[in-house]
Design a binder for this molecule. Structure first.
Ligand code: AMP
Ligand code: GLY
Length: 424
């Protein structure tokens, strides 16, 4: 099987690493990939939003399966583009249609979907410029802190949590009237604030049946003890000790099954991953958000825990035979620690030489933003490398990752030293 994987981050590095081990793989291409994905397949300089260029590549290289890593091509309709093109109809693609990707592409859609299917989530209202006054009235009936979310994709920056009403009214006006988040903020979801502990669960679905993947917890804030601004994610662990069988059963029955059934009832085709961003409020799960793809850096701990052949599972997805496939996981724990550029998530410098890549043998070093320059590997973004290790428990896995991180370096590298400490 010839496979094209779209994306260039740590998530795609972990997926590429796993696909490269498949017994049914002929050739893997990663577009555009990074300096690390070259170990697993051929990097290809394609723009992942240029569907015509992707089509030409798929046809010329006889690609059998396209795996879409990030959300943007999905929200823009790459799956619909493939399914409506006669020349591409026989090519499998992992990811939902545009309608399914609305679970992530529109917070209003996601909230109304959950309401229609009685899936537990925070109470909410959704407002546009035309209903700004109603939005302010809605805020005044809520209690602090106030949660405001831009409706559309905002690269993880579209959520504001505000301590007082004046600030919340001001921000709501800024988003709707002054277009603070651009087109993503044409609508705003205002939500009840939930207090609890967050974790993520994932499924792979062929539209009818699904496989539940190991759960994970990521660490979003830049600073230790969850201080400072949000990032794409500074590390992750799997399993999550507080997610016991009773909790996961509730997630299955109250959230996962109603989501898959709901998509079916609404005639929405969904062959891909669903990411459930959850919060446990006194042991009861609520959905904070859906994503229409795997998480990053959660993938860097979830995928290494899958023992089965990922391409066999993907084949099951595109042929609607997932229920006949077997999925096995390792009992080992996995932890990943992200090394980022100094200054991230604000301004930072790129093009720093990375040292020590050949010195790590006991851990997996997934590249998140790197590029090659002759024999050198350079930093090429905020989140640069993520180091994943296995262990008989999270303590062991974390110790191995931190040991590996100590052997890697680039100018102004930063990492959190407390990944996993709140759950072990
Ligand atoms: P989201 O992009 O929707 O995942 O939101 C980003 C982060 O904001 C989440 O990971 C939570 O930490 C926080 N958050 C979002 N919605 C709520 C809520 N209703 N109550 C409390 N925290 C929230
Ligand atoms: N780690 C959160 C995300 O991928 O959106």
């Amino acid at each position: 099987m010839n496979v094209l994987l779209l994306g260039s981050g740590g998530r795609e590095s972990a997926i590429a690493w796993k696909i490269s081990q498949s017994s049914i793989l002929d050739q893997l291409y990663v577009a555009p990939g990074n300096a690390g994905t070259r170990q697993y397949g051929k990097n290809t300089p394609l723009d992942i939003l240029d569907f015509e260029a992707i089509k030409a590549f798929v046809l010329s290289q006889k690609i059998d399966l396209v795996v879409v890593g990030p959300e943007e091509p999905l929200v823009m309709g790459i799956v619909d583009f493939f399914k409506s093109d006669a020349a591409l109809r026989s090519v499998g693609i992992i990811g939902p249609t545009k309608a399914g990707a609305q679970l992530e592409g529109s917070k209003t859609f996601a909230k109304e979907f959950m309401q229609r299917h009685r899936i537990p989530t925070a109470k909410f209202g959704s407002f546009s410029l035309e209903t700004l006054r109603e939005g302010i009235a809605f805020l005044r009936e809520m209690k602090a802190p106030y949660v405001l979310k831009a409706d559309g994709l905002a690269a993880g920056k579209g959520v504001l949590i505000l301590a007082n009403l004046e600030e919340a009214e001001h921000e709501l006006t800024q988003i709707l009237l002054d277009e603070k988040f651009g087109a993503a903020g044409k609508r705003v979801v205002i939500e009840q604030f939930l207090t609890g502990i967050e974790l993520s669960m994932f499924i792979l679905s062929d539209g009818r049946s699904f496989k539940i993947l190991p759960e994970a917890k990521d660490y979003k804030r830049i600073g230790e003890k969850d201080q400072g601004p949000n990032t794409g994610g500074m590390g992750a662990v799997s399993p999550v000790p507080f997610a016991d069988e009773a909790f996961k059963d509730k997630v299955l029955n109250q959230i996962i099954i109603p989501t898959v059934k709901g998509l079916n009832q609404e005639g929405i085709e969904y062959q891909g991953f669903i990411f459930f961003g959850l919060i446990s409020v006194k042991g009861e799960p609520y959905v904070i958000e859906y994503n229409c793809r795997m998480g990053d850096p959660e993938t860097e701990v979830v995928v290494p825990r899958i023992k089965s052949d990922l391409l066999d599972l993907f084949e099951g997805v595109v042929s609607n035979t997932l229920s006949e496939r077997d999925i096995q996981f390792t009992e080992l724990s996995a932890a990943t620690v992200m090394m980022v550029s100094g200054g991230y998530p604000n301004t930072y410098e790129k093009d720093k030489i990375i040292y020590g890549l050949n010195t790590v043998s006991e851990s997996l070093v997934f590249h998140a933003a790197t590029k090659s320059d002759g024999p050198k590997v350079l930093t090429n973004g905020g989140r640069v490398l993520t180091v994943t290790s296995y262990g008989k428990n999270l303590e062991v896995a974390l110790a191995k990752s931190y040991d590996a991180v100590s052997k890697l370096s680039f100018e102004n590298a930063y990492f959190r030293k407390d990944i996993g400490q709140d759950v072990i």
